[in-house]
Design a protein around this ligand. Structure first.
Ligand code: ADP
Ligand code: MG
Length: 598
């Protein structure tokens, strides 16, 4: 039986270490707290240095208003804050900090030195601690602001040390947090030096787009659109990415509430719902959204690292953000390539309201992509065609043959393998009747997607390669360079051969046989932008792009030909994204609907 009689208050160093477990999980959380303190002190320049992923040393130095010498030891050793005095102050809060626990927590698990000077003083004051105990203090020459050095983080708490990842991973997290804070504070300059290498330099008063250009590939930043909307209480600003550059991971979505970075399911849902119809279910857009609301509208005191918040008025916030994003999306919707109806924005889908103007024959429908591919491949001298007759060409020929075989099926009237074609409805669904008198509805886009996917997959994945007459050169953004290192083996296995001696230039000497020059280039770009990470993803993407769209009228021959090919295709009941291709209604289903069955 355990003995509870010996209840005692924990010594303050132990209290601080326990608090540290919640506030400081890793070097990047230390950096976050220290940057927040600098911003709270109205700094316009924050300089950060890390060694060994932040485990060996972190320095955060600012030009803010500083601390009085007397306040320094207080701020470092006990829950002390200058930011609130009463609990009601939380409703008015405009600072990041308020609990007064960050500095003592960090100090309790490291060797920390903090120096600071207030304006109009000639000398600063400095305090040094070792694992929570003051070991030294005294004057220090300093011109402006505050610096904090944190060495040997978690050296006295081996259990926490074990949770840290490789130095490179921790460094990346530190970089990410500086980026994240930098995006919401454009009026502050940020520099980060990691292992003596200059990794971030954001000058003061850059635009959001300028900062993002350092973080994301040009392919994405070129297509960003500003978001701006306001009502009486709320203001939303920032940028969002084009649906065309959507990616498989949600790692380029940043939300801020009153400039505080937050992870919030409600905001994510509002964002994704605004894109609904223009993204596939597993895709995420890019977004940096800054929401400004009266402090009383949000409770920020629900998470130790303040990464989560609770809105008082969830419904209002949701619809405000949703509308704001939607307004931006619809402003450039016209410049987007048409998407299948079920993947379309709900409003303003002119294509569907006026489908006739996009009338194309089946042959034409699948051709533009090929023509465009060809035109691009041969038009400029830096776009050489592959050396030999390639499998890519075969692939295209096969695709064309889907179309020419229509002659045969059109002769056999409306009957294909026991299915009678009845017609097209809503410029999207093909109506069929089978031998059992069941009614079959076929989604024309999904069916064509499945056909193309199968074709690409069966002809494209043998790892054989074709040499290029001239190397294909791709200039790489720093984020893409990192990504390339991660996926090098994967790309080589697919049949790509390339060098990247100079890190910013990728020189491709051979590409997989199954791809045309342009397809290979598109693939590499998408893979480097983390939009796709396997050949399967590529086939799915290509199939989706090249398949006939909803909203396109199909002539009878074209429809019959599509159906005929679809019947021969394996796994034909679902498209590569997993949506149903066909829906069957039996006589009994119909009878139920008409209430003929008792
Ligand atoms: P909190 O930010 O929640 O108040 P901290 O432990 O992070 O708690 O900081 C304690 C106090 O130390 C702050 O309230 C502030 O008065 C002071 N302080 C910390 N960092 C700085 C800084 N960079 N410049 C000026 N004052 C600072
Ligand atoms: Mg703080």
């Amino acid at each position: 039986m355990s003995d509870f009689s010996n209840i005692h208050v924990l010594p303050s160093d132990l209290q601080n270490q326990i608090a540290a477990g919640e506030v400081v999980e890793r070097p990047s959380s230390v950096i976050k707290e220290l940057i927040e303190n600098s911003l709270d002190a109205k700094a316009t320049e924050v300089h950060i240095e890390i060694d060994g992923g932040g485990q060996n040393r972190i320095l955060v130095q600012d030009n803010g208003h500083g601390l009085e010498p007397d306040d320094l030891p207080k701020a470092l050793t006990r829950h002390a804050t200058s930011k609130i005095a009463r609990i009601e102050d939380l409703n008015q809060l405009s600072s990041f900090g308020f609990r007064g626990e960050a500095l003592p927590s960090i100090a309790s698990v490291s060797r920390l030195t903090m120096g600071s000077i207030v304006p109009n003083q000639t000398e600063g004051f400095q305090v040094s601690l070792e694992f929570g105990k003051i070991v030294d203090q005294g004057p220090v020459p300093l011109r402006q602001g505050t610096y904090v050095t944190v060495r040997d983080l978690f050296r006295n708490t081996p259990a926490r040390l074990k949770f840290l990842k490789k130095t490179a991973t921790e460094s990346k997290r530190c970089l990410d947090i500086v980026y994240k804070m930098g995006l919401a504070h454009l009026d502050c300059a940020f520099t980060l030096i990691s292992n003596e290498k200059n990794t971030v330099s954001f000058p003061k008063d850059q635009s959001l787009e300028e900062r993002l250009q350092h973080m994301w590939p040009g392919q994405i930043t070129d297509k960003l659109r500003p978001v701006s909307s306001s009502n009486k209480d709320f203001h939303l600003s920032g940028v969002i990415g084009s649906p065309e550059t959507a990616q498989g991971r949600a790692d380029r979505i940043f939300f801020y509430v009153n400039t505080r970075p937050v992870q919030d399911k409600l905001l994510l849902a509002a964002l994704r719902q605004a894109y609904s119809g223009s993204l596939l279910s597993r895709e995420y857009p890019q977004a940096v959204l800054l929401l400004d609301i009266p402090p009383r509208e949000a409770d920020i005191n629900v998470h130790p690292a303040k990464a989560e918040i609770r809105f008082r008025n969830e419904k209002d916030i949701f619809s405000f953000v949703h509308q704001g994003v939607k307004a931006t999306l619809s402003s450039y919707q016209s410049s987007l390539s048409p998407l299948p109806a079920h993947e379309h924005f709900q409003s303003g889908n002119t294509e569907r309201q006026n489908p006739r103007h996009t009338f194309q024959t089946f042959e034409n429908i699948s051709q533009p992509y090929l023509k465009e591919t060809r035109a691009k491949s041969y038009s400029t001298p830096d776009n050489p065609s592959p050396l030999s007759e390639t499998k890519g060409d075969n692939l295209q020929k096969e695709k064309i043959s889907i179309q020419s075989s229509s002659k045969i099926s059109s002769d056999s009237q409306n009957n294909i393998s026991g299915l009678i074609y009845l017609g097209q409805v809503s410029y999207c669904y093909l109506l069929l009747k089978d031998q059992r008198q069941d009614l079959l509805l076929l989604d024309q886009h999904a069916a064509h997607e499945r056909i193309l996917y199968h074709l690409f997959k069966t002809t494209g994945e043998d790892g054989s390669q074709q040499l290029l007459a001239l190397p294909m050169e791709l200039y790489l953004h720093p984020a893409e360079q990192n990504r390339l290192e991660q996926i090098t083996t994967f790309l080589r296995r697919l049949g790509f051969s390339f060098d990247f001696d100079q890190k910013s230039l990728m020189s491709v000497k051979a590409i997989p046989s199954a791809l045309t020059w342009q397809q290979a280039k598109d693939f590499l770009k998408a893979a480097l932008a983390e939009q796709i990470s396997s050949m399967d993803d590529l086939w799915t993407l290509m199939a989706c792009r090249q398949a006939i769209k909803a909203g396109q009228s199909l002539a009878r021959d074209e429809a019959l030909n599509l159906i005929e090919t679809w019947i021969k295709t394996p796994e034909r009941d679902y498209c590569p994204h997993g949506r149903p291709v066909s829906i069957r209604m039996t006589t009994s289903d119909l009878e139920k609907m008409f209430k003929r069955q008792s």
